[in-house]
Structures are given as C-alpha cells and as structure tokens.
Design a protein around this ligand. Structure first.
Ligand SMILES: [Zn+2]
Length: 88
C-alpha cells in the first residue's frame, strides 16, 4: 500500500503527522525500571504505532531484561519520546 500524502495549503510543517515523513525504523530511549530503579535502554519498533499511542493517550510499555518486567512509561518519558520523534 502506498502511503497517501496529503498536501494542506499553508499548513507547513504541521502536516508532518499526515504525510509520508521518513521516520527511522527503530528508536531508542531510556526508562527507569520501577522494580530495580535502574535506567533501562528501550528499543521501540513500529513508530507509527508509537505515534498513535502517544496521540491517543494509550500506555507505552518499557521492559527491564534484569527483572523481566514491563511497565508503562511515565508522562515525562512520553514527552521525551515525543520530542525524540520530532528531533530524530
Ligand atoms: Zn528492573
């Protein structure tokens, strides 16, 4: 399926979410494990799903390989992630 590029007159950079902007295939960020309190590097795949989760306010899970536990990242971490997406 070819992604549809929507051109909005005068919309400038605000149309990025709706156009076929080339996003990286994966993105790394840090999240602190609530169990061992250590910062864990997270690797996220499927950036469109990630963006959807951010926009729709769905929980985004992080994982600790030591504790083998998942947890939803905090609002601060979500904000950082959103920023990463825009600056990557
Ligand atoms: Zn842990």
């Amino acid at each position: 399926m070819t992604p549809k590029i929507i051109h909005l007159a005068g919309s400038g950079t605000k149309a990025w979410a709706y156009s076929d902007v080339r996003l990286p295939d994966s993105l790394g960020f840090m999240s602190t494990c609530p169990n061992c309190n250590d910062a864990r590097a997270q690797q996220i795949y499927g950036l469109r799903i990630l963006v959807r989760s951010l926009v729709d306010n769905q929980p985004i899970e992080a994982y600790c390989a030591v504790c083998k536990e998942f947890w939803p990242i905090t609002a601060n971490e979500r904000a950082e992630l959103a920023w990463l997406l825009l600056t990557e």
